[in-house]
Ligand binder design. Structure first.
Ligand SMILES: Nc1ncnc2c1ncn2[C@@H]1O[C@H](COP(=O)(O)OP(=O)(O)OP(=O)(O)O)[C@@H](O)[C@H]1O
Ligand SMILES: C[C@@](O)(CCOP(=O)(O)OP(=O)(O)O)CC(=O)O
Length: 411
């Protein structure tokens, strides 16, 4: 039996992917670009073992066994990585060497997300990236990350971007077979370490309309999406890459907010419309604009973005983060002890977090621009930053025991 354990990060797009031109191969209707967030805060952890004794492929997700017989996307990832392994085995045989025939073995996959699954926190991205990366390590594949991203893409589109750290573009490609639709790193995490993120968890419930389903309704009914694909995204992609290369937060922030807004506009333009934002999401947008508008030098200090759900992700330079956290904690107070995750020790206590709130330290800030929301409207604040791509862990981190069964199962 061979066993490997890895983690993969979440990525949050600043130029959104929304729409497929091929639903089977998962080929998008536009390029997209994302920031990879630290695995220290959010990650999928996956252990895979291969053994000739196994009778079928099995998956345990968050402690529960899932029926994967009909999971076409997962099978795509198994099929593609096994084909690459088989090639390695054949090449070795031609050289007169023997590689263990792992490509013919079944696998046991055990995966855990350290955050809610299917709640718009990009679990499919980290989960499928962890699956493909772990399979690649298990099979000793020599392919580079962009090649592997083609496989991860077939598990979930946004997963292809989670194979890299830092700033990552998914190039849509033009070929019918999808061979040129893959992720490339625009800049590594070390390029712009000052860029941080605050995830405001507005809801961690499973969402009503999945991204997969929602985006095809948009493709089929939204005229605005056609304008976005043809006219807007190509220009924004070029501007966003330049902004990242130049660490130009002004351009980065404006484009991030506009692109999030346009994504939610095409959701509204879908017929019947799709709504992912709620009143709390909209209030966070308003307060970020108020905060930016009253910045003493007129410069943008923060940018929000929302995926297919009400949770906000606020990107900002490190120097503004303390103030932003205080701002959000003031208007959206927590109701639970685990409200704020403070890995970078910005605050000495919860008291410190709420007591010295001075909105942007600026007289023009309209404190009544939104009301203070009921406690718990934002259930958690997770402070994080841009960070590296998937990591290989030691055997002691394995989620599977020596029989290839999960060490922990949930009821
Ligand atoms: N760790 C994991 N390993 C394997 N598959 C996973 C893992 N985590 C999530 N998934 C798959 O991804 C699905 C959730 O994807 P979905 O797109 O609905 O939610 P999301 O990724 O949280 O939201 P979004 O992509 O819109 O931000 C799960 O039902 C499961 O099939
Ligand atoms: C709003 C988004 O987060 C959409 C993500 O969609 P998915 O990658 O979850 O969809 P599938 O390819 O059908 O699995 C925007 C983005 O991440 O770019």
């Amino acid at each position: 039996m061979k066993t490997v354990t890895c983690t993969a990060p979440v990525n949050i797009a600043v130029i959104k992917y929304w729409g497929k031109r091929d639903t089977g191969l998962i080929l998008p209707t536009n390029d997209s670009l994302s920031v990879t967030l630290s695995q220290d805060i959010l990650h999928s952890k996956t252990t895979i073992s291969a053994a000739k004794e196994y009778s079928h492929d099995r998956l345990w997700l968050n402690g529960k066994e899932e029926d994967i017989t009909k999971n076409k996307r997962m099978h795509n990832c198994f099929r593609e990585t096994r084909a690459l392994r088989q090639q390695l085995e054949q090449d070795a045989a031609q050289r007169g060497e023997t590689l263990e025939p792992l490509s013919s073995y079944h696998v046991h996959v055990c995966s855990e997300n350290n955050f809610p699954t299917a709640a718009g926190l990009a679990s499919s991205a980290s989960g499928l990236a962890a699956l493909v990366f772990t399979l690649a390590k298990l099979f000793d594949l020599t392919n580079n990350m962009s090649e592997l991203s083609r496989i991860a893409r077939q598990g979930s589109g946004s997963a292809c971007r989670s194979l890299f750290g830092g700033f990552v573009a998914w190039e849509m490609g033009s070929k019918d077979d999808g061979s040129d639709s893959l992720a490339v790193q625009v800049a590594p995490e070390t390029h712009w370490p000052e860029l941080e993120a605050l995830i405001c968890v507005v809801s961690d419930e499973k969402k009503g309309t999945s991204s997969t389903e929602g985006m095809q309704h948009t493709v089929n009914t939204s005229p605005l999406l056609q304008h976005r694909i043809k006219e807007v995204v190509p220009v924004r992609m070029a501007e966003m890459k330049k902004a990242i290369h130049e660490r130009d937060f002004q351009t980065f922030a404006a484009l991030t907010m506009k692109d999030s807004n346009q994504f939610h506009a095409v959701c509204l333009d879908t017929y019947p419309p799709i709504f992912y934002l709620n009143d709390t999401s909209r209030a966070i947008m308003k307060i970020v604009h108020e905060y930016n508008a009253t910045s003493p030098d007129g410069k943008l200090k923060a940018a929000y973005t929302y995926d297919a759900g009400p949770n906000a992700v606020i990107y900002a330079p490190k120097e503004n983060m303390r103030e932003i956290i205080q701002l959000i904690a003031h208007y959206f107070p927590g109701s639970a002890d685990n409200y704020f995750v403070d890995p970078y020790k910005l605050f000495t206590s919860t008291q410190d977090l709420v007591s010295d709130f001075k909105p942007a330290g600026h007289a023009a800030f309209n404190e009544n621009s939104i009301p203070v929301f009921p406690a718990g409207s934002v259930s958690r604040l997770l402070h994080t930053k841009t960070d590296d791509g998937p990591r290989v862990l030691g055997q002691e981190e394995s989620l599977l025991n020596e029989q290839g069964l999960p060490k922990r199962v949930s009821a």
